[in-house]
Design a protein around this ligand. Structure first.
Ligand SMILES: [Zn+2]
Length: 278
């Protein structure tokens, strides 16, 4: 789907099967920024290169035009087809310094953050060519630039990216989505990252990896809702962690959603918070 003059969104569905055999349907977005060359923001799960290349051909772009992949973070559903796309196009791969370890060594990621179906989501290790930090800017040509904003919390190397002059924000998984399971490692960091994104002026389009494109005032509303959601989860964990994780899920409006390792990791992160986050 074309979102702006230069940006296209590709929704990539995938499924997870939990240890108890429950199949969870999810999706992740990959984004294409078209200038003289093509920049991808994340690459979806393993084998998504076929979907991405087919889309590009249909819109009149040669997949060989891909010169850069910027990873919003290291998680398997964002880096799955990166090795294949790099191999097929010779493009550069860029990611925040804190994300490099898990991108170049998915085996370490699996050990440190076990999730169902990890090995079917990731396409294996890939070398990061350009190590990013907050404030770095890519010149994408044709007057376009892409600014790196370090937004840790979901994971330590999570970044968001601001495309100028279109004022499009790619937020990866930085903004928790109300009604979906909350997934982050550090509560204080996720909140300060959300406030950092809230301060961006004149944002026109918000492109999250786990939500459909949002335009106009809705962009700021989504961030505000994310902040409120984190606070709601915090309250629920404080109140009901001693009862059960199921009860915490019910309290945040996710009754009946099976407890999985990702959401337990988030709830445990809330138990580590000492300060008042209200
Ligand atoms: Zn993620």
């Amino acid at each position: 789907m074309q979102v702006t003059e230069h940006v296209h969104a590709i929704k990539i569905p995938f499924s997870l099967t939990t240890e108890s055999g429950i199949v969870v349907e999810r999706f992740v977005y990959s984004y294409i920024i078209c200038g003289k060359n093509v920049c991808l923001v994340d690459c979806g799960v393993a084998s998504s290169e076929d979907v991405i290349f087919d889309y590009m051909k249909k819109t009149g772009r040669d997949p060989q035009d891909i010169s850069l992949i910027v990873q919003t973070h290291s998680h398997a559903d964002h880096i799955g087809s990166t090795p294949a796309i790099k191999e097929l196009t010779g493009c550069e791969v860029a990611a925040h310094g804190d994300a490099v370890g898990w991108i170049e060594h998915p085996d370490i990621q699996l050990r440190e953050r076990p999730i169902p179906n990890f090995n079917t989501l990731t396409g294996g290790p890939v070398k990061v060519d350009r190590v990013l930090e907050d404030g770095d800017v890519f010149d994408l040509g044709e007057g376009m630039s892409l600014q790196v904003i370090h937004t840790p919390g979901h994971s330590k190397g999570s970044i968001s990216l601001l495309l100028s002059p279109d004022n499009v924000l790619f937020s990866g998984d930085a903004i928790p989505l109300v009604g979906d399971i909350p997934i982050y490692d550090d509560v204080t960091e996720v909140l300060s990252s959300l406030r950092k994104l809230r301060d961006i002026s004149d944002m026109k389009v918000l492109l999250s990896s786990w939500d459909d494109p949002i335009e106009g005032e809705g962009t700021y509303k989504a961030i505000d809702e994310g902040i409120e959601y984190v606070k709601k989860v915090h309250e629920a964990v404080q109140k009901f962690s001693s009862v059960s994780w199921e009860k915490v899920l019910e309290e945040i409006g996710l009754e009946g959603i099976p407890v999985n390792p990702l959401v337990v990791r988030t709830f445990e992160a809330h138990l580590k918070v000492n300060e008042d986050i209200s």
